[in-house]
Design a protein around this ligand. Structure first.
Ligand code: PMP
Length: 404
């Protein structure tokens, strides 16, 4: 069992008052709050081990290099990747997907080839492919969903053709909360000899992820959604695939030799880490992963599931409430509308009660289109949230409903 009151002490921001009310932070899908350990790691990194990495013979540079590479091994262990060469540090999910879409399109795609995505993708797993579509003349095919917000697996099977080159899908939807069956999606793609990218942005904070078990060729996530700092994220890629892809950006660190006639590229993982990496961010991310590991991913998932069930039952009782996303397997996210109250009004009025929720299209406009709405109110939970906070939130929603 998690000791939530103890855990909350690790997150000083949770003690804040907003408009004189205790902060209730239910915007965890957008970004999570940071425990002391993570913030202190950043501070102590700059105070004690700050020197540019990989290039120095001096003590501090070697210490900073070792810390960055140790962080890589921590991510490797967290994901159960085969090798630390398979862990590339990026700025986040968005950059990781752009890296793969750009290099994969260059190396493996030509006009008429196809990428399969799903109807519930975040814009960051749609737009990079559209940019490649415009550059290369490739096409996007879209997996539809049922009324509960679960992917239609039969339709998915039917989307494959001899031109399918990649499947790129979210592990967990940031709007519906649906936990997609990524192992099965991957196995089906592999029957067709097609590699898979999984957008793990919303899965990593909530579920135990084992990349060897999922068996996708690429898995990406952002540090800031898993209690780590902003500006750092991860691209996991199977070594043979990362070897096959060309460099994404050119610069220092990603080269072996450079002359004006010819450059040869560095080995993995450095081939994809041009320039000075965020070596302070990587160590703070590793600290965040150690933090959630200590709590236990299974424990976190069980507690957040309990919060989700409780909040869903209570919210459903409010007259006129519609919840979007009722998948059998669901992350701790509730997207909803109440009657004809605009999501923006609901969000503004909840804010006045100290309750932080997100409103709008959640960077998933095609999904909003499929649902026939413009936006939702989204409450997303973390292990530091409580049932008392959910009670206050439900009372707030009810109060807003009565006002309209
Ligand atoms: N994919 C999903 C499913 C997300 O929820 C998000 C963030 N909302 C992203 C991608 C983009 O993450 P980032 O902005 O950290 O790159």
């Amino acid at each position: 069992m998690l000791d939530i009151q103890r855990i909350r002490e690790d997150f000083p921001i949770l003690d804040h008052q907003i408009y004189g009310k205790p902060l209730i932070y239910f915007d965890n899908s957008a970004t999570t709050q940071k425990p002391r350990e993570v913030v202190e790691k950043i501070e102590s990194g700059y105070y004690n081990v700050n020197a540019n990495i990989h290039r120095g013979v001096h003590f501090l540079s070697q210490a900073a290099t070792e810390a960055h590479e140790e962080a890589r091994r921590t991510v490797q262990a967290f994901l159960n990747a085969r090798s630390s060469n398979e862990i590339i540090f990026t700025r986040g999910t968005t950059e990781s997907i752009n890296l793969v879409s750009s290099t994969f399109a260059d190396a493996c795609m030509s006009a008429g080839d196809e990428v399969i995505v799903s109807v519930m993708e975040h814009h960051s797993n749609i737009v990079p492919w559209q940019i490649q579509a415009a550059r290369k003349g490739i096409a996007l095919k879209v997996i539809p969903m049922n009324e509960r917000g679960e992917l239609d697996m039969e339709a998915y099977r039917g989307l494959f053709s001899e031109r399918t080159r990649l499947v790129s899908v979210a592990h967990v939807s940031n709007v519906l909360g649906t936990i997609n069956p990524v192992r099965e999606l991957t196995a089906i793609a592999h029957e067709h000899g097609v590699p898979v990218l999984v957008d793990g942005a919303q899965a990593i904070p909530h579920l135990k992820v084992d990349v060897q078990d999922i068996d996708a060729e690429f898995y990406v996530f952002s540090g800031h959604k898993v209690y780590g700092p902003t500006g750092i994220g991860v691209l996991y890629g199977k070594e043979e695939w990362l070897d096959r892809l060309p460099p994404y950006q050119g610069g220092g660190e990603m080269i072996a030799t450079v002359s004006f006639e010819k450059t040869t590229f560095n080995e993995l993982p450095f081939k994809f880490e041009a320039g000075t990496p965020d070596y302070i961010g990587s160590t703070a991310l590793a600290e965040a992963l150690r933090y959630v590991d200590r709590l236990g991913m299974d424990q976190i998932a069980a507690y957040e599931d309990d919060l989700l069930r409780y909040a869903t039952e209570r919210l459903e009782k409010i007259e006129g409430t519609r919840i979007f996303g009722k998948a059998a397997r669901k992350g701790a996210v509730i997207s909803f509308l109440v009657g004809t109250i605009h999501h923006y009004d609901m969000g503004m009025l909840l804010d006045r009660l100290g309750i932080a929720v997100r409103t709008g299209h959640h960077c998933a406009q095609p999904l909003m289109h499929a649902l026939g709405i413009e936006g939702t109110v989204r409450a997303s939970f973390s292990f530091y949230n409580t049932k008392e906070e959910i009670d206050a939130f439900v009372a707030g929603v009810e109060r807003v409903r009565k006002m309209f």
